[in-house]
Design a protein around this ligand. Structure first.
Ligand SMILES: *[C@@H]1O[C@H](CO)[C@@H](O)[C@H](O)[C@H]1NC(C)=O
Ligand SMILES: *[C@@H]1O[C@H](CO)[C@@H](O)[C@H](O)[C@H]1NC(C)=O
Ligand SMILES: *[C@@H]1O[C@H](CO)[C@@H](O)[C@H](O)[C@H]1NC(C)=O
Ligand SMILES: *[C@@H]1O[C@H](CO)[C@@H](O)[C@H](O)[C@H]1NC(C)=O
Ligand SMILES: *[C@@H]1O[C@H](CO)[C@@H](O)[C@H](O)[C@H]1NC(C)=O
Ligand SMILES: *[C@@H]1O[C@H](CO)[C@@H](O)[C@H](O)[C@H]1NC(C)=O
Ligand SMILES: *[C@@H]1O[C@H](CO)[C@@H](O)[C@H](O)[C@H]1NC(C)=O
Ligand SMILES: *[C@@H]1O[C@H](CO)[C@@H](O)[C@H](O)[C@H]1NC(C)=O
Ligand SMILES: *[C@@H]1O[C@H](CO)[C@@H](O)[C@H](O)[C@H]1NC(C)=O
Length: 816
């Protein structure tokens, strides 16, 4: 009977024109070419074609942007072949899509309904099937595909059992469900999770006041209103745009990227407003328990929640960037009655909430008491800061997937359980911290006062000299004078649009770097020291004093600084081309740097380093030379940056021992990494690594070769020994390279990375060798041939409190 009806309809088809319907009910139906259009014409439902197979799908798209499909009905069962299909409302209250033989797709029957069911498409994009009393029988918003539209929910209804989540397309051409899903985890305190199959890959973090703990603000000035429901009937997250005329959608693409898009009427294109995960630190649990991830340019680094009370579970693995063991409390918990307490950590993406308990009417005091009473409670927090101090979230396992943010850029407070002895330590620690903070501005101010005083002295002496008819030797002034403009905080805040996220150039170890424009139109880069980083305070002072004394065209120029309250900012000249690593390790960008440019860069770095080592009045050892610390100006001239950890010497001192090893694995000379002995020759070593990286376009650390497990140095050494050095060269240099210069550079690079510091040339010889034509000495076998060798090396020195490997600066502080 049914089949006959459809058959009859199909017979009529060739004689029908495509029509636009506003409802489907009773005898109305929709077939290929026909569409169902929402009342204001925002959305349209119909059959579309995707992929080379020519498969057809029933879906919803924007009427004026037909290529943007927001929902697909039959994603698992495409319409194959050319036979026409029909969509109609069937008797028991279901929408049925069928061809002449069978049903292709049908809506789930949530509720049996009388005959008069009607299907309409709302202007929200929701396809709704309702009964004659306009009660919803079924709606497409309950079955999202890869797109979340305003008003659509993610989460779960405990009443109907429906779970709302996004699931990616298989590929851009195939709407079949792909690997990724994005939806709310409802075990413990609800939060959204991105999964690849069963594996969590990213967490949005718990809902806080107007944002998720793990998601910083949108790159758009649109205002959203979020609706978060957490009660016994439902857990759901949804959003609406305050201006509903603006088209907005959030998609989960087939590579697992969540993207929020806004339609720009003017540009007639979708503009990206937010993309998640943003960076490697967003990768789920990348640092394991009690450790937080932070970014330095493009690499991630893990550090125990605080360097005092937490230590790596396995220090050896931690040192080689294997973070999987995470951190543990230095003093373990014993849960003596009432003696334990809590330490507060701020600006933290709250840890995974799967094993948590919450009560949103409890106060923070009640919350603390509650946590203290239960020995398995590890931490508490107020998850939703909009509830005026109410709300209690307790964690019953180790704290995973933590991320630190700089002040004002996200994150929340969490109170972590500690043994009583650590609480005593805390008061000491706080006192010590406070001292540092108080002393430092005084020191810096002192330096500046001395600076101003000597400027005044200089001016006076100059007057006197003038009186005496003598001119003054400029060098006299350079010696102790620190002339550094002081900027007001307000000036810098204006220049950086109040430290807007949009202006962030990178996130350094001690805080973010912002781009800014001064009123005069001068572009600047502003390094804002994170207030929480007590280590950074020392670096700040060091950096200010050091850089202000140095002037060379291959060094980045410090324009000034700003100290106000507990804000400490460094103002540098702005480098439009960012850092060298964004070019040489990227296949496309790498093309921009042909051999001539690269050779100039190598020579420029060498000149900058020579200046630091010999020509500047102070003898400066950079100690953290690496590609990400080489910035490029508009003409691709290299400028060495980041003197935060440089150490200056007076007189003839050439070598020193340190208890504080600072540097980056992959660039550190053996005598420095292993024994803490540093000299200009340890910088020469790092320079050698840099040269090999620039020539090859590969990273020393993380270098992979199918035939051996040498690092880049080892690989360079073996091809060099076999007379095949040209094999090392970056593919994108093939056309532009000058073989003589390339071979010379490789040989110089290898001379610089020799095991014995005494064998390495100094920078003036390096410059002569790079520019000259005479025969070069033969390098001896380099150090750190293989990463393996490095791993078994004995770190005789003290505990690594905050370690990170890769292109990230590591810092070791001797325990006392
Ligand atoms: C039904 O569809 C098939 C192909 O899908 C076609 O070969 C056949 O002719 C169709 N039958 C009718 C009656 O349209
Ligand atoms: C809807 O249909 C799917 C399969 O098509 C089924 O797994 C599910 O249980 C049905 N019911 C509901 C209420 O989702
Ligand atoms: C958003 O900001 C841009 C400039 O950043 C401005 O042109 C645009 O008008 C703003 N849009 C709204 C809705 O305020
Ligand atoms: C849960 O919240 C939703 C939305 O605010 C509301 O409709 C529902 O009645 C609430 N359920 C309970 C049990 O409070
Ligand atoms: C998904 O989005 C990311 C980030 O925008 C992009 O790199 C990737 O190519 C996209 N994947 C697909 C299949 O479009
Ligand atoms: C964009 O919008 C502005 C103001 O709404 C208008 O003046 C301008 O002509 C528009 N540009 C285009 C390309 O439509
Ligand atoms: C634990 O401390 C509470 C109050 O701090 C007290 O009431 C209780 O008796 C103590 N229990 C034991 C076993 O000491
Ligand atoms: C939540 O906390 C409030 C206030 O302390 C309390 O009255 C209520 O019983 C608690 N609910 C649960 C389920 O523990
Ligand atoms: C502590 O909390 C856990 C998780 O809620 C619970 O299973 C356990 O029974 C509690 N222990 C005590 C002593 O209350």
């Amino acid at each position: 009977m049914e089949v006959t009806l459809i058959f009859l309809l199909l017979l009529l088809l060739p004689f029908r024109h495509a029509v636009e319907l506003d409802t489907i009910s009773g005898s109305q139906f929709l077939t290929d070419g026909d569409t169902l259009v929402s009342p204001k014409g925002v959305f349209e439902l119909g059959v579309f074609r995707r992929g080379s197979s020519g498969n057809r799908y029933l879906g919803v798209w924007y009427k004026k942007i037909p290529s943007t499909v927001v929902w697909v009905a039959n994603r698992k069962s495409p319409i194959m072949g050319a036979s026409p299909v029909v969509l109609k409302v069937d008797d028991p209250g279901v929408l049925v899509l069928s061809n002449n033989i069978s049903t292709i797709w049908s809506s789930n029957m949530t509720r049996r309904s009388p005959k008069l069911a009607t299907s309409v498409l709302h202007d929200t994009g929701n396809l709704v099937l309702m009964d004659q009393n306009e009660r919803i029988i079924w709606q497409s918003f309950d079955y999202p595909t890869d797109t979340l539209l305003p008003g659509m929910k993610l989460g779960r209804s405990f009443v109907s059992g429906i779970e709302w989540h996004l699931s990616s397309w298989e590929s851009n051409h195939d709407p079949a469900p792909g690997e990724f899903t994005w939806g709310a985890g409802t075990l413990g305190y609800p939060e959204n999770k991105l999964k690849q199959g069963p594996q969590v890959t990213f967490r949005g973090g718990p809902w806080s006041n107007q944002r998720f703990s793990g998601v910083s603000t949108f790159d758009s000035n649109l205002t959203f209103t979020y609706e978060v429901v957490i009660n016994t009937s439902e857990v759901s997250f949804s959003y609406v745009l305050d201006d509903s005329s603006i088209l907005s959608r959030t998609t989960l693409n087939s590579s697992g990227q969540l993207e929020n898009w806004v339609w720009v009427e003017n540009g007639t294109k979708w503009q990206l407003a937010l993309s998640l995960p943003r960076d490697i630190c967003d990768s789920y649990n990348i640092c394991s328990a009690y450790a937080s991830c932070s970014l330095n340019m493009i690499q991630q680094s893990c550090a125990c929640l605080d360097g005092q009370r937490f230590v790596p579970r396995d220090e050896k693995s931690w040192e080689r960037a294997d973070w999987s063991g995470g951190c543990v409390r230095r003093t373990s918990l014993d849960c003596k009655n009432g003696s334990e307490g809590f330490v507060k950590y701020s600006n933290i993406k709250l840890p995974d909430t799967e094993n948590t308990w919450f009560n949103m009417s409890m106060s923070l005091e009640e919350c603390e008491a509650r946590c203290l009473k239960n020995c398995s409670c590890m931490a508490y927090a107020n998850p939703d800061t909009s509830l005026e101090g109410r709300g209690c979230l307790l964690w019953f396992n180790d704290l995973f997937d933590i991320r630190g943010y700089s002040v004002g850029n996200g994150g929340q407070d969490i109170f972590v359980r500690m043994a009583s002895s650590e609480l005593v330590a805390e008061s000491n620690f706080e006192k010590k911290g406070a001292n540092i903070i108080i002393i430092l501005p005084v020191t810096i101010l002192g330096v500046l006062v001395i600076g101003l005083f000597s400027t005044w002295l200089y001016a006076r002496r100059k007057r006197n000299h003038a009186k005496e008819g003598k001119s003054m030797d400029a060098s006299e002034n350079n010696e102790e004078d620190i002339q550094l403009p002081l900027f007001s905080f307000a000036t810098i805040a204006t220049a950086t649009a109040s430290f807007s996220n949009k202006n962030i150039l990178g996130e350094g170890g001690f805080g973010p770097v912002y781009k800014g424009v001064l009123e005069e139109g001068i572009e600047i880069a502003v390094k804002r020291l994170s207030k929480t980083s007590s280590q950074g305070v020392g670096e700040f002072k060091n950096e200010v004093i050091c850089i202000s004394k140095l002037q060379h065209r291959n060094l980045v120029k410090l324009l000034g600084c700003c100290i106000q309250g507990d804000e400490r900012l460094l103002i540098y000249e702005y480098m439009p081309n960012k850092s060298l690593d964004s070019f040489i390790f990227d296949k496309t960008e790498g093309m921009i740097l042909d051999w001539t440019k690269r050779f100039n860069i190598i020579k420029g770095i060498a000149r900058g380093l020579l200046y630091l080592h010999q020509d500047s009045r102070l003898r400066i050892i950079h100690r953290d030379l690496k590609v990400s610390n080489i910035l490029l100006d508009q003409d691709m001239n290299p400028k060495i940056s980041d003197f935060g950890i440089a150490r200056s010497f007076g007189g003839n001192e050439t070598q020193a021992n340190t208890h504080r090893v600072v540097g980056t694995y992959g660039y550190m000379a053996p005598e420095y990494a292993l024994d803490g002995v540093f000299s200009t020759k340890s910088d020469v070593f790092s320079f050698g690594v840099l040269v090999l990286e620039i020539v090859s376009g590969k990273k020393n650390r993380g270098f992979i070769h199918p035939e051996h497990d040498h690092n880049l140095i080892g690989h360079a050494w073996s091809v060099y020994s076999e007379g095949r050095s040209m094999e090392l060269i970056d593919d994108c240099l093939a056309k532009s390279c000058n073989p003589t210069e390339v071979l010379r550079s490789i040989q110089v690079g290898l001379l610089c990375v020799q095991q014995n510091a005494g064998d390495r040339p100094n920078m003036s010889s390096v410059i002569m060798m790079l520019g000259g034509e005479s025969a070069l000495p033969q390098p001896k076998q380099p150090a750190f041939f293989m990463d393996k060798e490095f791993l078994v090396a004995d770190f005789s020195s003290s505990t690594y409190l905050a370690g990170s490997v890769g292109d990230v600066t590591i810092t070791e502080v001797d325990a006392r």
